[in-house]
Design a protein around this ligand. Sequence first.
Ligand SMILES: [Zn+2]
Length: 303
Amino acid sequence: MNKLIILGTNSALPTSERFSSAQVLQLFERSFLIDCAEGTQMRLRQAGVSFAKIKAIFISHLHSDHFLGIFGLLSTFSMLGRKHALALYAPAGLAEILNSSQAHYLMGELQFELHIHSLPDKDCAEIYSDKKLSVHAIRLNHRIDTWGFYFTEKPSINVKKEAIVRYNLSLDEIIAVKKGNDIHRSTGEIIPNGELRAKQKPLLSYAYISDTAFFPQIALYIKGVRLLYHEATFLHNMLPRAIETFHTTARQAGEFANLAQAERLLIGHFSARYKSVEELEKEAKEIFANTTAAKDLGVYSLL
Ligand SMILES: [Zn+2]
């Protein structure tokens, strides 16, 4: 199943119920870890996520509640005998830290290849691409350099099964249809591509927008996103504090979801001052009805 597993929903301070930021996105048999707060290893175990299957890690910024768990996790990968390479997409500063002798002291000698990609100094740029998926990094508006991540399924053409039978399509013809071509037969018959291709299901997409001040300018990069995770650190009655710390209120998260024409909104990155997140959810819902407050170890389908 294509899904998002939330490992931590708190901002700065972890509590016994809510850990700090980390989540796993599972899309088309690929597992991506997004942010890696302290305690991520434990949460991965609790969520039953296979360590070996994590293909890449994306780190939004270098505040400790988003990356402190990386040292323990990489070290554990080694101890578990990981041999296949791991890709890490992170602000340039993390490469410096991980390549330092102090980090080697902390983690031991890694037994696998770690490919570190520094996030680009651009408003929005593609940083990852494979057959099925593309990932863009989007600049956010926080106290230090911070990026959001936008995962999108690539469109693909499938051939209708009944069309294969009806027209007795050869393998070469099926390949041609998948490339978007019409079929030209030696008899002079032309079968238009539109008659052969299956209807495209709505493409999956997921955007991770944390941490940031309310930043409406970037909504255009993720227009129509199916599932949007947006930080909602404070209630709107704490707007001055949100502005001061470059965070967003629950109401603003709802406004942003509207601007991005998102299908669903998950809010997270809650201040530890809120024992219950019900009020935050209620506030965002008043602006954007299809809102859910993320829960630690909650699993959310990408449909
Ligand atoms: Zn931060």
